[in-house]
Design a protein around this ligand. Sequence first.
Ligand code: CUA
Length: 326
Amino acid sequence: MDHDFRLMPEQASSLAGEVDALYGFLLVVSGVISITIAGLIVFYAIKYRRGSPADRTVKQTHFLLMEVSWIVVPFLLTMVMFFWGARLYFHQTRPPSDAMEINCVARQWMWKFQQPQGKSETNELHVPLGQAVKVRLISEDVIHSFYVPAFRIKQDVLPGRYTHAWFRPTKPGIYHLFCAEYCGAKHSGMIGSVHVLEPRAYQAWLSGASQGLTTAEAGHELFVQLRCNSCHQGGGAASRGPALENLFGHEVKLADGSTLIADEAYLRESILKPVAKVVAGYQPIMPSYDGQIGEEGILQLIAEIRSLSKADQPQAEPEQPPPEEP
Ligand code: CUA
Protein backbone atom coordinates (compact mmCIF):
# COMPACT_ATOMS: atom_id res chain seq x y z
CA MET A 1 0.00 0.00 0.00
CA ASP A 2 1.29 3.43 -0.81
CA HIS A 3 0.84 6.42 1.42
CA ASP A 4 0.19 9.13 -1.18
CA PHE A 5 -2.41 11.71 -0.39
CA ARG A 6 -5.73 10.62 -1.84
CA LEU A 7 -9.04 12.40 -2.09
CA MET A 8 -10.83 9.09 -2.65
CA PRO A 9 -9.92 5.53 -1.67
CA GLU A 10 -8.51 3.31 -4.39
CA GLN A 11 -10.97 1.80 -6.85
CA ALA A 12 -10.51 -1.94 -6.41
CA SER A 13 -13.88 -3.52 -7.23
CA SER A 14 -16.24 -3.63 -10.17
CA LEU A 15 -18.65 -1.40 -8.23
CA ALA A 16 -16.13 1.28 -7.29
CA GLY A 17 -16.22 3.15 -10.62
CA GLU A 18 -20.02 3.14 -10.70
CA VAL A 19 -20.31 4.45 -7.14
CA ASP A 20 -17.73 7.16 -7.83
CA ALA A 21 -19.48 8.24 -11.03
CA LEU A 22 -22.77 8.74 -9.20
CA TYR A 23 -21.00 10.44 -6.32
CA GLY A 24 -19.22 12.75 -8.76
CA PHE A 25 -22.52 13.65 -10.42
CA LEU A 26 -24.11 14.49 -7.05
CA LEU A 27 -21.08 16.56 -6.12
CA VAL A 28 -21.10 18.56 -9.38
CA VAL A 29 -24.87 19.21 -9.27
CA SER A 30 -24.83 20.30 -5.61
CA GLY A 31 -21.65 22.31 -6.19
CA VAL A 32 -23.09 24.25 -9.15
CA ILE A 33 -26.38 24.95 -7.34
CA SER A 34 -24.70 25.96 -4.04
CA ILE A 35 -22.17 28.25 -5.70
CA THR A 36 -24.86 29.90 -7.85
CA ILE A 37 -27.14 30.56 -4.87
CA ALA A 38 -24.33 31.76 -2.59
CA GLY A 39 -22.91 33.94 -5.37
CA LEU A 40 -26.30 35.58 -6.05
CA ILE A 41 -26.84 36.23 -2.32
CA VAL A 42 -23.50 37.99 -2.06
CA PHE A 43 -24.00 39.88 -5.35
CA TYR A 44 -27.45 41.22 -4.40
CA ALA A 45 -26.43 41.92 -0.80
CA ILE A 46 -23.75 44.22 -2.12
CA LYS A 47 -25.82 45.69 -4.94
CA TYR A 48 -28.83 46.55 -2.73
CA ARG A 49 -26.93 47.40 0.45
CA ARG A 50 -28.30 50.29 2.49
CA GLY A 51 -27.47 53.62 0.94
CA SER A 52 -26.48 52.22 -2.45
CA PRO A 53 -27.78 54.11 -5.46
CA ALA A 54 -29.30 50.92 -7.05
CA ASP A 55 -32.62 51.23 -8.87
CA ARG A 56 -35.33 49.78 -6.57
CA THR A 57 -38.45 50.26 -8.72
CA VAL A 58 -40.35 47.05 -9.60
CA LYS A 59 -40.48 46.58 -13.38
CA GLN A 60 -41.61 42.96 -13.69
CA THR A 61 -43.69 40.84 -11.29
CA HIS A 62 -43.83 37.58 -13.29
CA PHE A 63 -41.31 35.78 -15.45
CA LEU A 64 -43.02 32.57 -16.51
CA LEU A 65 -40.07 30.95 -18.27
CA MET A 66 -37.89 31.30 -15.17
CA GLU A 67 -40.60 30.03 -12.82
CA VAL A 68 -41.23 26.97 -14.98
CA SER A 69 -37.55 26.22 -15.37
CA TRP A 70 -36.76 26.36 -11.63
CA ILE A 71 -39.43 23.72 -11.13
CA VAL A 72 -38.70 21.50 -14.13
CA VAL A 73 -34.88 21.50 -14.07
CA PRO A 74 -34.49 20.44 -10.39
CA PHE A 75 -37.27 17.87 -10.90
CA LEU A 76 -35.41 16.29 -13.82
CA LEU A 77 -32.10 16.39 -11.96
CA THR A 78 -33.53 14.69 -8.87
CA MET A 79 -35.23 12.04 -11.04
CA VAL A 80 -31.88 11.28 -12.67
CA MET A 81 -30.37 10.93 -9.16
CA PHE A 82 -33.23 8.67 -8.09
CA PHE A 83 -33.16 6.26 -11.04
CA TRP A 84 -29.37 6.20 -11.25
CA GLY A 85 -29.10 5.58 -7.48
CA ALA A 86 -31.84 2.92 -7.52
CA ARG A 87 -30.18 1.08 -10.39
CA LEU A 88 -26.85 1.07 -8.58
CA TYR A 89 -28.53 -0.01 -5.34
CA PHE A 90 -30.11 -3.02 -7.05
CA HIS A 91 -26.80 -3.93 -8.63
CA GLN A 92 -25.07 -3.61 -5.24
CA THR A 93 -27.57 -5.75 -3.35
CA ARG A 94 -27.84 -8.60 -5.86
CA PRO A 95 -24.80 -10.86 -5.94
CA PRO A 96 -24.21 -12.56 -9.31
CA SER A 97 -25.17 -16.22 -9.38
CA ASP A 98 -21.56 -17.37 -9.86
CA ALA A 99 -20.43 -15.64 -6.66
CA MET A 100 -18.24 -17.63 -4.32
CA GLU A 101 -19.68 -17.62 -0.82
CA ILE A 102 -17.74 -16.76 2.30
CA ASN A 103 -19.21 -16.83 5.80
CA CYS A 104 -18.37 -14.05 8.19
CA VAL A 105 -19.18 -14.00 11.89
CA ALA A 106 -18.57 -10.68 13.63
CA ARG A 107 -18.23 -10.21 17.34
CA GLN A 108 -16.71 -7.70 19.77
CA TRP A 109 -14.13 -7.07 18.39
CA MET A 110 -13.13 -9.28 15.52
CA TRP A 111 -14.09 -10.63 12.14
CA LYS A 112 -14.04 -14.39 11.54
CA PHE A 113 -14.17 -15.59 7.94
CA GLN A 114 -14.64 -19.06 6.58
CA GLN A 115 -13.91 -20.03 2.98
CA PRO A 116 -16.20 -22.59 1.29
CA GLN A 117 -13.29 -25.04 1.44
CA GLY A 118 -13.31 -24.70 5.21
CA LYS A 119 -10.24 -22.58 5.79
CA SER A 120 -10.93 -19.92 8.39
CA GLU A 121 -9.11 -16.75 9.27
CA THR A 122 -9.51 -13.86 11.70
CA ASN A 123 -9.42 -10.20 10.63
CA GLU A 124 -8.01 -11.26 7.27
CA LEU A 125 -9.83 -12.27 4.16
CA HIS A 126 -8.15 -13.74 1.09
CA VAL A 127 -10.03 -13.63 -2.21
CA PRO A 128 -9.13 -14.36 -5.83
CA LEU A 129 -8.89 -11.51 -8.32
CA GLY A 130 -11.83 -11.17 -10.71
CA GLN A 131 -14.05 -13.61 -8.84
CA ALA A 132 -17.37 -12.34 -7.50
CA VAL A 133 -17.45 -12.91 -3.74
CA LYS A 134 -20.56 -12.93 -1.60
CA VAL A 135 -19.91 -12.49 2.11
CA ARG A 136 -22.70 -13.82 4.32
CA LEU A 137 -22.67 -11.77 7.51
CA ILE A 138 -24.01 -12.35 11.00
CA SER A 139 -23.11 -10.99 14.42
CA GLU A 140 -22.85 -12.88 17.69
CA ASP A 141 -23.47 -9.81 19.83
CA VAL A 142 -24.22 -6.23 18.78
CA ILE A 143 -24.59 -4.50 15.41
CA HIS A 144 -21.36 -4.14 13.45
CA SER A 145 -20.83 -2.90 9.92
CA PHE A 146 -18.68 -4.51 7.23
CA TYR A 147 -16.95 -1.69 5.38
CA VAL A 148 -14.30 -1.96 2.67
CA PRO A 149 -13.79 1.55 1.25
CA ALA A 150 -11.73 0.39 -1.75
CA PHE A 151 -14.65 -1.81 -2.84
CA ARG A 152 -17.26 0.88 -2.02
CA ILE A 153 -19.29 -1.52 0.08
CA LYS A 154 -20.72 -1.08 3.56
CA GLN A 155 -23.24 -3.45 5.09
CA ASP A 156 -24.65 -3.68 8.60
CA VAL A 157 -23.94 -6.96 10.39
CA LEU A 158 -26.87 -7.83 12.62
CA PRO A 159 -27.36 -10.29 15.46
CA GLY A 160 -30.01 -12.89 14.58
CA ARG A 161 -30.28 -12.11 10.89
CA TYR A 162 -28.17 -12.90 7.83
CA THR A 163 -27.17 -10.01 5.62
CA HIS A 164 -24.72 -10.07 2.75
CA ALA A 165 -22.30 -7.94 0.81
CA TRP A 166 -20.72 -8.76 -2.53
CA PHE A 167 -17.84 -7.48 -4.59
CA ARG A 168 -15.69 -8.43 -7.57
CA PRO A 169 -12.10 -7.37 -6.90
CA THR A 170 -10.42 -5.82 -9.92
CA LYS A 171 -6.95 -5.05 -8.59
CA PRO A 172 -4.55 -7.23 -6.57
CA GLY A 173 -3.51 -5.72 -3.26
CA ILE A 174 -4.31 -5.39 0.40
CA TYR A 175 -7.30 -3.27 1.36
CA HIS A 176 -8.60 -1.95 4.66
CA LEU A 177 -11.59 -3.56 6.32
CA PHE A 178 -13.30 -1.42 8.95
CA CYS A 179 -16.19 -1.81 11.33
CA ALA A 180 -18.38 1.19 10.57
CA GLU A 181 -20.92 0.91 13.38
CA TYR A 182 -20.00 1.98 16.91
CA CYS A 183 -19.97 -1.33 18.79
CA GLY A 184 -18.20 -0.73 22.10
CA ALA A 185 -14.89 0.24 23.63
CA LYS A 186 -12.66 -1.33 20.98
CA HIS A 187 -14.81 -0.48 17.95
CA SER A 188 -11.94 1.48 16.38
CA GLY A 189 -9.71 -1.58 16.70
CA MET A 190 -12.18 -3.84 14.89
CA ILE A 191 -10.23 -3.66 11.66
CA GLY A 192 -8.77 -6.11 9.22
CA SER A 193 -7.50 -6.48 5.70
CA VAL A 194 -8.76 -7.98 2.48
CA HIS A 195 -6.04 -9.61 0.40
CA VAL A 196 -6.82 -9.78 -3.29
CA LEU A 197 -4.60 -12.43 -4.87
CA GLU A 198 -4.08 -13.58 -8.43
CA PRO A 199 -6.13 -16.80 -8.88
CA ARG A 200 -2.96 -18.96 -8.84
CA ALA A 201 -1.65 -17.31 -5.69
CA TYR A 202 -5.06 -17.73 -4.11
CA GLN A 203 -5.08 -21.46 -4.90
CA ALA A 204 -1.59 -21.76 -3.44
CA TRP A 205 -2.69 -19.90 -0.32
CA LEU A 206 -5.77 -22.08 -0.04
CA SER A 207 -3.90 -25.37 -0.37
CA GLY A 208 -1.04 -24.21 1.84
CA ALA A 209 -3.23 -24.75 4.89
CA SER A 210 -3.74 -27.85 6.95
CA GLN A 211 -6.19 -29.99 5.00
CA GLY A 212 -9.16 -29.39 7.24
CA LEU A 213 -12.79 -30.10 6.62
CA THR A 214 -14.90 -28.07 4.22
CA THR A 215 -17.66 -26.00 5.78
CA ALA A 216 -20.21 -28.61 4.75
CA GLU A 217 -18.09 -31.48 6.11
CA ALA A 218 -17.67 -29.67 9.42
CA GLY A 219 -21.45 -29.26 9.40
CA HIS A 220 -21.88 -32.98 8.83
CA GLU A 221 -19.65 -33.75 11.85
CA LEU A 222 -21.74 -31.39 13.94
CA PHE A 223 -24.90 -32.98 12.56
CA VAL A 224 -23.80 -36.42 13.76
CA GLN A 225 -22.42 -35.07 17.04
CA LEU A 226 -25.71 -33.36 17.92
CA ARG A 227 -27.54 -36.55 16.89
CA CYS A 228 -29.69 -34.69 14.35
CA ASN A 229 -29.66 -37.87 12.27
CA SER A 230 -31.68 -39.76 14.88
CA CYS A 231 -34.78 -37.84 13.73
CA HIS A 232 -33.89 -36.39 10.32
CA GLN A 233 -33.04 -39.54 8.46
CA GLY A 234 -34.32 -40.85 5.21
CA GLY A 235 -37.63 -39.03 5.49
CA GLY A 236 -40.86 -40.94 5.03
CA ALA A 237 -43.63 -41.45 7.54
CA ALA A 238 -41.42 -43.40 9.96
CA SER A 239 -39.15 -40.41 10.60
CA ARG A 240 -39.82 -38.10 13.51
CA GLY A 241 -38.41 -35.13 11.65
CA PRO A 242 -38.75 -34.00 8.03
CA ALA A 243 -36.12 -35.13 5.53
CA LEU A 244 -33.37 -32.63 4.82
CA GLU A 245 -32.49 -33.89 1.33
CA ASN A 246 -33.44 -31.42 -1.39
CA LEU A 247 -34.84 -29.08 1.22
CA PHE A 248 -32.79 -25.96 0.59
CA GLY A 249 -34.34 -23.64 -1.97
CA HIS A 250 -37.51 -25.74 -2.14
CA GLU A 251 -41.02 -25.07 -0.96
CA VAL A 252 -42.02 -26.23 2.52
CA LYS A 253 -45.62 -26.72 3.69
CA LEU A 254 -46.13 -25.72 7.29
CA ALA A 255 -48.58 -27.09 9.88
CA ASP A 256 -50.57 -23.84 9.80
CA GLY A 257 -51.22 -24.29 6.08
CA SER A 258 -48.80 -21.66 4.83
CA THR A 259 -45.80 -22.36 2.62
CA LEU A 260 -42.33 -20.88 2.38
CA ILE A 261 -39.09 -21.41 0.51
CA ALA A 262 -36.41 -22.97 2.72
CA ASP A 263 -33.61 -20.40 2.87
CA GLU A 264 -30.81 -19.68 5.31
CA ALA A 265 -32.98 -17.56 7.60
CA TYR A 266 -35.60 -20.33 7.83
CA LEU A 267 -33.00 -23.04 8.56
CA ARG A 268 -31.34 -20.87 11.20
CA GLU A 269 -34.66 -20.18 12.90
CA SER A 270 -35.62 -23.85 12.80
CA ILE A 271 -32.36 -24.83 14.55
CA LEU A 272 -32.72 -22.19 17.27
CA LYS A 273 -36.51 -22.04 17.58
CA PRO A 274 -37.93 -25.24 16.09
CA VAL A 275 -41.53 -24.59 17.18
CA ALA A 276 -41.72 -21.29 15.28
CA LYS A 277 -42.45 -22.95 11.91
CA VAL A 278 -43.48 -26.60 12.21
CA VAL A 279 -43.56 -28.59 8.98
CA ALA A 280 -46.99 -30.03 8.08
CA GLY A 281 -47.36 -33.63 9.24
CA TYR A 282 -44.82 -33.40 12.06
CA GLN A 283 -45.11 -32.80 15.80
CA PRO A 284 -43.36 -29.82 17.45
CA ILE A 285 -40.98 -32.11 19.35
CA MET A 286 -37.61 -30.85 18.23
CA PRO A 287 -35.58 -29.28 21.07
CA SER A 288 -33.98 -25.89 20.60
CA TYR A 289 -30.24 -25.80 19.96
CA ASP A 290 -29.99 -22.19 21.09
CA GLY A 291 -26.89 -21.83 23.28
CA GLN A 292 -25.49 -25.20 22.19
CA ILE A 293 -23.98 -24.07 18.90
CA GLY A 294 -22.56 -20.70 17.94
CA GLU A 295 -23.21 -18.82 14.72
CA GLU A 296 -20.27 -20.57 13.04
CA GLY A 297 -21.78 -23.95 13.89
CA ILE A 298 -25.16 -22.87 12.52
CA LEU A 299 -23.52 -21.72 9.27
CA GLN A 300 -21.78 -25.11 9.02
CA LEU A 301 -25.05 -26.97 9.58
CA ILE A 302 -26.70 -24.84 6.88
CA ALA A 303 -23.80 -25.63 4.51
CA GLU A 304 -24.35 -29.35 5.24
CA ILE A 305 -28.10 -29.08 4.56
CA ARG A 306 -27.39 -27.13 1.36
CA SER A 307 -24.97 -29.82 0.22
CA LEU A 308 -27.86 -32.30 0.42
CA SER A 309 -29.76 -30.25 -2.13
CA LYS A 310 -28.61 -31.04 -5.64
CA ALA A 311 -30.02 -27.93 -7.27
CA ASP A 312 -27.88 -25.80 -5.02
CA GLN A 313 -24.54 -27.52 -5.64
CA PRO A 314 -22.92 -25.10 -8.06
CA GLN A 315 -23.50 -22.17 -5.72
CA ALA A 316 -22.43 -23.97 -2.57
CA GLU A 317 -19.10 -25.14 -3.96
CA PRO A 318 -17.66 -22.74 -6.51
CA GLU A 319 -15.80 -24.22 -9.40
CA GLN A 320 -12.17 -24.82 -8.53
CA PRO A 321 -9.38 -25.49 -10.98
CA PRO A 322 -7.73 -28.84 -10.24
CA PRO A 323 -4.88 -28.46 -7.73
CA GLU A 324 -1.50 -28.32 -9.35
CA GLU A 325 0.80 -31.26 -8.86
CA PRO A 326 4.13 -30.24 -7.31
CU1 CUA B 1 -17.79 -3.71 15.38
CU2 CUA B 1 -17.74 -1.33 15.45
